[in-house]
Design a protein around this ligand. Structure first.
Ligand SMILES: [Zn+2]
Length: 160
């Protein structure tokens, strides 16, 4: 348990943030967004040090489109990952492209409130937030007694 806390306290090396940024940018280039033309890429670092990327995929039936974060999360789970250690989202526009509300909740399933989430665009970093700041007082696996996740995932939700 203390080992786990130490891992959380240690900042991620910039080289790893850069690798996540490159993966998210690469994913963004493959986004399928013929309707909004709003291309987004995301990359997630799992507990084994692997990077999983995703892009947004729109649909002619608009609500059926999926976000980049959801695609990256699916890849993480498919590869056997169960924990998000760091997340990067890359978009474009005058405002930083933070995860939408639904994706904040999706990230919470596999990410602790202390999860660092960095936002970037073509020029570089636009900001860094904890998941707790993006999704305060969150409902997560710790709320359910049947949670399949390790205790380390269940740190209390109000840290910011
Ligand atoms: Zn989303």
């Amino acid at each position: 348990m203390s080992e786990d806390l130490d891992q959380r306290a240690a900042p991620l090396p910039e080289a790893q943030w850069h690798a996540l940024l490159e993966a998210a940018r690469g994913a963004r280039e493959r986004a399928y967004a013929p309707y909004s033309h709003f291309h987004v890429g995301a990359a997630l670092l799992d507990e084994a040090g692997r990077i999983h990327a995703g892009c947004n995929v729109e649909n002619a039936a608009y609500p059926e489109g999926v976000c980049a974060e959801a695609g990256a999360l699916s890849a993480l789970v498919l590869a056997g990952g169960r924990r998000i250690v760091a997340a990067v989202v890359v978009g474009a526009g005058t405002e930083p492209v933070t995860p939408c509300g639904g994706c904040r909740q999706k990230l919470r399933e596999f990410g602790a409130p202390s999860l660092p989430v960095r936002i970037a665009d073509a020029q570089g970093w636009r900001g860094e937030h904890t998941l707790a700041a993006l999704l305060p007082s969150s409902f997560g696996p710790q709320n359910l007694s049947t949670s399949p996740l390790p205790a380390s995932q269940k740190d209390s939700g109000d840290a910011s």
